[in-house]
Design a protein around this ligand. Structure first.
Ligand code: CUK
Ligand code: CUA
Length: 644
């Protein structure tokens, strides 16, 4: 039996499908048992889709009339041909961003952000070390690009670090991080979203409530905890203002007009244990009124918290001019705005529903003319454990359903009609994904240009889908063709854990440079250093003693040689290497590796990099170029002579 399984995973999938697909339902039921009333929200028998056998649930709910087989777009990208989309993936615990070509799903690049990357030297070279402030881990969840007029402007990628409460920015010409901002008064910086009408604020949510100020006071009084919704300037990366809220803030979104930002809130109870966090039947969607908050900041109706001098608007408690709370079923997760900017869709997580909020009604809510809940225009049942929603630009929504391991395609207009007419079924199709899907996104889905071609399903568990590689399995990023009436699963993509979110951007919108672009904070740092030493980075080769135990070594490289075949330092010297790659040939990267000194960094064409280390015991240490660059690449080396 076991042998047969090993040889024929297909058979195993068929046989054991039920167990594997459903194991989490048991887990949830167990959890619900502990917390009593929570069982109501996710009791399987209450949910029609879950009550069905998996095979049945997998079939389209509204079985479409038989029609000609939809051919679908080509997923195979032949050798030498290019993908249509840049996919920007967050790397989760790996702390990085990845660029994936779509539809081939080929991983094209990893951009180190909050991690130490041995290949490029990120986290070890002087600039990145300064940016990271000694931290070498992070937890990237959400990647979003800068916008103009509702679509991507191709300039920046922003990504959060949940672990360290930071926001990083990657510039799209060099595909490198140029700035990292610490978010004050926050822990668990989770949902982020840039404004979409122009490159304005990047809104950042604090998921964890903490004492404000968090300096040892109020630790045992969670009623005094708060969480901050933070506006970071997307151009300067400065923190502009914060809004203090009583509940925690999970996912984030912005509208298309620059009027509102949104945050889902689970744990409106303000609990600190699981039981406390799940006590109430309703949580809410916070809606922030940006103009009102800006006016308060301008008028000085703000406070500061602790050491931070960022103005904070206190919006705890009741609805008011700064924030309103739209009640939604308990523990919502994703909030996604449809490409027309008309609806905000809040995924239920513990409720099998998505709550559709009509954004144009929010003005009336803020004006006190209608109640917050009156802005809700639909609440379709989509399956057990809805997390995030993507769009095809044709009026359909695609919601990732974690517990059921499906993607549910549903129609927004029909869901609105169904809100008052139970005979209408807005569900178009459910497709199995493998397994336990988290985020989902469609091509250009977060813009007004959503084009309905590809859907990426980021599955948290891959189980039997790939060769067994030990206890840690790859994640499974699946590609789904959404051009037709029915979704079609076309590709399984194993990835190193753990992509959380991804956005798919038309390739015409991104214009990376083939040579290093010598500007920005990194080059300002180098130019300042060079000016101080009277050195031209693009040609000079010098060893400068900066103090009794400090040496700076300037070198340039042209394949296959460094400009110095040796340099001398003393044991214990702090040595700073400054290497410039003068080659201006596409793809001709060099690097610098110093034997037995833990020094290894990449220097791209027309780039400069610096790294600082302490010279070891007396002796000869070869330094060499670790990047294969030339027929004489192995000869591209020299001696660091360390004297006593
Ligand atoms: S969260 Cu991971 S599945 Cu951090 Cu965007 Cu929803
Ligand atoms: Cu330069 Cu290898």
């Amino acid at each position: 039996m076991a042998d047969e399984h090993a040889q024929n995973p297909e058979v195993e999938s068929e046989e054991n499908g039920t167990d594997r697909r459903d194991f989490l339902k048991g887990g949830i039921a167990l959890g619900a048992g502990i917390i009593g009333t929570a069982a109501v929200a996710c009791a399987p028998e209450k949910e029609a889709p879950a009550a069905k056998a998996p095979a049945e649930a997998a079939a389209p709910v509204a079985a479409p009339a038989k029609k000609a087989e939809h051919a679908g777009p080509e997923i195979h990208v032949p050798p030498g041909k290019l993908d249509d989309y840049y996919g920007f993936w967050s790397g989760g615990q790996s702390g990085e961003i990845r660029i994936v070509g779509v539809p081939s799903m080929r991983e094209l690049k990893r951009i180190p952000v909050f991690n130490r990357d041995a290949a490029s030297g990120w986290g070890g070279d002087d600039f990145s070390k300064q940016l990271l402030g000694g931290k070498l881990s992070g937890d990237t969840h959400h990647v979003h690009l800068s916008y103009n007029d509702g679509t991507y402007d191709g300039r920046y990628v922003y990504v959060n670090d949940k672990a360290g409460a930071r926001l990083a920015r990657v510039r799209c010409d060099t595909m490198e991080v140029d700035m990292i901002t610490d978010i004050p008064n926050s822990q668990g910086t989770h949902g982020i979203f840039p404004q979409r009408h122009k490159t304005g604020y990047v809104m950042c949510n604090a998921e964890f409530r903490t004492p404000q100020v968090n300096d040892g006071r109020d630790m045992d009084d969670p009623t005094k905890y708060g969480a901050l919704h933070t506006a970071v300037d997307g151009e300067t990366m400065e923190v502009k203002w914060q809004v203090m809220i009583e509940g925690n803030l999970d996912l984030c979104a912005t509208d298309y007009k620059g009027k509102y930002s949104f945050a889902t809130c689970y744990n409106s109870e303000g609990g600190v244990t699981l039981e406390e966090m799940m006590a109430a039947e309703r949580d809410h969607l916070y809606v922030f009124n940006i103009a009102a908050i800006e006016a308060a900041v301008k008028a000085g109706k703000t406070m500061t918290i602790g050491d931070s001098d960022v103005p904070v608007v206190d919006a705890r408690g009741e609805d008011g001019p700064y924030v309103i709370r739209v009640p939604v079923p308990k523990s919502p997760h994703g909030i996604n705005i449809d490409p027309t900017g008309t609806y905000g869709i809040c995924s239920g997580k513990l409720s099998p529903t998505c709550t559709v909020v009509e954004l144009d009604k929010l003005d009336a809510v803020f004006a006190g003319e209608i109640k917050p809940r009156d802005a809700v225009v639909a609440e379709p049942e989509v399956g057990l454990g809805p997390l995030h929603t993507a769009f095809d630009g044709r009026g359909n929504a695609y919601t990732s359903i974690f517990i059921d391991s499906v993607v549910t395609k549903w129609n927004i207009d029909k869901a609105i009609q169904a809100y008052n007419d139970e005979t209408i079924d807005p569900i178009i199709q459910k497709i199995d994904v493998h397994y336990q899907i988290g985020h989902i996104n469609a091509s250009m889905s977060e813009t007004k240009d959503a084009d309905g071609k590809w859907l990426v399903a980021l599955c948290k568990f891959s189980k039997d889908r790939f060769l067994n590689v030990g206890p840690l399995h790859p994640e499974n990023d699946q590609l789904i063709d959404i051009t037709g009436d029915e979704m079609k699963l076309v590709h399984d993509g194993p990835t190193y854990p753990e992509p959380h979110d991804a956005v798919l951007v038309k390739r015409e919108m991104i214009h990376p440079s083939k040579m290093m672009v010598r500007d920005g904070p990194r080059f300002e740092m180098y130019e300042k250093m060079a000016a101080e030493d009277g050195v031209d980075l693009m040609k000079d080769s010098k060893v400068i003693r900066k103090g009794p135990n400090k040496v700076r070594v300037y070198m340039v490289s042209v394949a296959p040689a460094f400009s110095q075949s040796s340099f001398r330092v003393k044991t214990g010297d702090e040595v700073q290497l400054v290497i410039t790659n003068l080659d201006s040939v596409e793809d001709l990267s060099h690097g610098m590796c110093v034997s037995k000194h833990d020094v290894n960094f990449l220097v791209n064409p027309q780039d400069t990099k610096t790294m600082t280390f302490t010279a070891g015991p007396p002796g000869v240490y070869w330094y060499y170029c670790p990047w294969f660059c030339h027929a004489l690449h192995l000869e591209m080396r020299g001696r660091m002579i360390v004297e006593a």
